[in-house]
Design a protein around this ligand. Structure first.
Ligand code: PLP
Length: 448
């Protein structure tokens, strides 16, 4: 495979230094990862692009993983990495937390799928209601995407209205992706508002008015770059939706890890519906949607006017057990507080180090989720990358992987519980040296 061929022409013209460095880095990476390359090529015979989850693809090819322990992962070429990806927030517990492993092993010994209700699902549901103020009742499903589809559908059924509103650049699942146009999106009539711009948002909400069923928003944009919402923006959305009779849905699939009660708890805002996923399943596949009892009660199957909600694996024992054990024994309310503070401290450290280099690099985020951006100001809304930025992200990422650091190609960093102080130090040192090595291409590429 010729790695240099894959570098887009735009980057060659925007910064020769960047194109040359990237070619070199790709060659080193390819040489360093022969088993991953071979497996990647083989996988293409059955999986398009050797891939079954788009976000896991990165150029020139992703390393193929074989095992993980605590906050470390190993690839098939036997390299170990410090895991600062944290499975895009689903890996909050790390990879081998003994409480969760024991509970799942114990559950396994009692059988797999029962085809009836179990005590576990009610225990996990009760725990979630206790923790998340806006969740008075909830339903389980199998992914965050499904949770959002169900929350939006419930909002449409509850209001008798058709349309939904989303933030431009937001992500709520594989078929609810609003960064650019996604031809596979669920066919809800959809309107877009800019993030953190209350005036425009309120105007749009009023304009769509009586056909607007719901506004769905992440209280901190996750996939779009860990950009926190202004509390005033969220409060304004709360008021505007209440006035027009639309429901407000907070997608807390990622952000529910912030503090004991998610961001709606921290900001003291009550959305009508909340969606959950990722780590809440303890590392197994999981989704949930919940909220106001008067809305959720329509799912009571004994009602003559009940809304149906099916899902073979909604209450599967493994996810219910891992989720319950995680929330009750590991990620307790107290630990959630401490973990948030630990993440804040780490982000401030990265910000201070990046700032001291005098280069246009920013770190945004809250708590244990953060992201790197190029530019002289922190972004206030998701944005599309100017030319050359994707190549800069790639250069940083390949260099960081060569230093045994694993995080998202797009610059997202998520901390998991087993990350140690020594690991924070190593990640920070690697990032600083990497940014220093990339100073010229950064300065040449980034519009200040
Ligand atoms: C905010 C948000 N909502 C929903 C989803 C979809 O969750 P899942 O991948 O479990 O379908 C994601 C996944 O990254 C997400 O970040």
């Amino acid at each position: 495979m010729s790695v240099s061929q894959a570098i887009p022409e735009t980057s060659r013209s925007s910064s020769p230094a960047l194109a040359d460095l990237l070619t070199h880095e790709r060659e080193l990476y390819t040489k360093h990862n022969p088993q991953s390359l071979a497996l990647f090529q083989k996988a293409k015979n059955a999986l398009p692009g050797g891939n079954t989850r788009t976000v896991l693809h990165y150029s020139p090819f992703p390393v193929v993983l074989k095992q993980a322990q605590a906050a470390n992962i190993q690839d098939v070429d036997d390299h170990w990495y410090q895991d600062f990806l944290g499975e895009y927030t689903a890996g909050l517990y790390g990879h081998s937390h003994p409480e969760i492993i024991n509970a799942v092993s114990e559950a396994l010994s009692h059988g797999l799928t029962f085809g009836g209700p179990t005590e576990r699902e009610a225990q996990l549901a009760a725990l979630i209601c206790e923790r998340f103020a806006a969740v008075e009742r909830l339903r389980f499903c199998n992914s965050g995407t499904e949770a959002n589809l169900l929350a939006l559908s419930a909002a449409r059924a509850h209001t008798g209205r058709t349309d939904i509103m989303v933030v431009d650049g937001s992500y709520h699942g594989g078929v609810l992706s609003f960064a650019g146009e996604n031809p596979l999106n669920a066919p809800f009539p959809t309107h877009r508002i800019p993030f953190n711009n209350l005036e425009v948002a309120v105007e749009k909400i009023n304009q769509v008015g009586r056909v607007l069923a719901a506004v769905i928003i992440e209280p901190m944009i996750g996939a779009g770059g860990c950009i926190p919402a202004d509390v005033g923006f969220l409060q304004g959305l709360r008021e505007a939706t209440e006035k027009t009779g639309a429901l407000l849905i907070f997608d807390e699939v990622m952000t529910s890890r912030h503090g004991p009660g998610g961001l709606h708890g921290m900001f003291d805002i009550r959305p009508d519906l909340v969606t959950l996923g990722k780590y809440v399943g303890g590392g197994l596949s999981f989704g949930a949607f919940g909220g106001r009892a008067d809305i959720l009660e329509r799912f009571d199957p004994s009602r003559p006017d009940a809304w149906p909600h099916a899902g073979t694996f909604n209450n599967n024992m493994l996810s219910m057990t891992a989720g319950y054990t995680g929330l009750s024994k590991v990620f307790t309310a107290e630990i959630a507080q401490t973990f948030f503070k630990q993440g804040e401290r780490f982000r401030h450290r990265l910000e201070t180090s990046a700032c001291s280099l005098n280069l246009p690099i920013q770190v945004t985020g809250m708590g244990s989720m953060m992201a790197l951006h190029f530019g002289s100001k922190k972004p206030r809304a998701p944005y599309s990358h100017p030319p050359g930025y994707s190549e800069l992200y790639e250069l940083l990422h390949l260099k960081m992987m060569a230093k045994s650091q694993f995080y998202a190609r797009r610059g997202m960093i998520n901390i998991s519980l087993p990350v140690t102080e020594g690991m924070f130090d190593q990640f920070e040192a690697s990032l600083v040296s990497t940014i220093e090595e990339c100073a010229n291409p950064i300065l040449e590429t980034v519009s200040l």
